[in-house]
Design a protein around this ligand. Structure first.
Ligand code: IPE
Ligand code: IPE
Ligand code: MG
Length: 253
């Protein structure tokens, strides 16, 4: 039986991808944007774009586990998205359950731990319960942390943290002198998580839309015009490759 020859035409690409595999960014955050425009371009209702976006989510989760990433934070619903029509909000709130109903077994099998950041109190019960169930089922996994930002707003997060800090100072659990950046970070939803190394935003918009304002202080940004439902592992790997070329100086030389 003859051995199959390696496909040399793609050797350079393979080498580069292997290099990424050696040292992937630990934490990637993604602003999944452009679902509505993806649908509009096809003459479909906006919700068709949100539904299609689920396929991109699982593709990127699979790629993140393949590249041994530690954290993948996905911006799924912002505190400002309540301004949308009720029918669209209702549909968006059903997506976590739909996604987890299909993919939770695979996520468990891949050793993924599920968590969320954001104000869960304001979510509908069925959304909260779906997330809570997945969190519980995956709490002992130590592979990729798949972190959904749901009803997340950075300014709200920082305000809440500030209020809690003041409360803890008032009841002597904390002193002004011991409060520093590291301590303050422990009051944020992202407590215990490293800051994102790479932020990706799809759909051509180049803004943060109130996402992780504190945590992105030294993050590398990567933008693409591709709408979220068209985003796939190839484009994701392109972002990872570009990230590898960046020089992160943190103010040094
Ligand atoms: C991202 O796509 C999903 C959410 C913000 C919930 P959009 O719904 O913002 O799609 P566009 O930006 O209108 O195309
Ligand atoms: C940001 O996208 C929020 C999410 C991707 C969940 P938006 O579509 O809401 O952002 P803006 O309104 O264009 O800034
Ligand atoms: Mg948008």
């Amino acid at each position: 039986m003859s051995m199959r020859l390696p496909f040399f035409k793609n050797k350079q690409t393979t080498d580069i991808i292997n290099k990424v595999l050696d040292s992937p960014p630990e934490h990637v955050a993604i602003i999944m944007d452009g679902n509505g425009r993806w649908a509009k371009k096809r003459g479909l209702p906006r919700i068709a774009g949100h539904k299609e976006g689920i396929n991109s989510v699982i593709k990127i989760v699979r790629s993140a586990t393949k590249h041994n990433m530690e954290i993948l934070t996905l911006f799924a619903f912002s505190t400002e998205n309540w301004r949308r029509p009720t029918t669209e909000i209702d549909f968006l709130m059903k997506l976590p359950k739909e996604f987890l109903h299909i993919y939770l077994p695979e996520l468990i099998e891949k050793n993924v731990r599920i968590d969320m950041i954001g104000d869960s109190g304001a979510l509908p019960a069925h959304t909260k319960e779906a997330i809570q169930y997945a969190k519980e089922k995956t709490k002992d996994n130590d592979g990729l942390l798949l972190n959904f930002a749901l009803n997340y707003g950075s300014r709200f997060e920082i305000m809440q943290a500030m209020k809690q800090v003041i409360h803890d100072i008032e009841c002597s659990k904390l002193t002004v002198d011991t409060l520093d950046e590291a301590v303050f970070s422990e009051y944020l939803y992202t407590k215990g998580m490293s800051d994102p190394d790479l932020l990706i935003r799809t759909s051509g918009e180049q803004r943060l839309s109130n996402f992780l304002l504190w945590q992105l202080a030294y993050t590398e940004f990567w933008f693409t015009d591709v709408f979220w439902p068209d985003f796939d592992e190839k484009i994701f790997e392109q972002a990872l490759l570009d990230y590898q070329q960046r020089k992160r100086r943190y103010g040094g030389i």
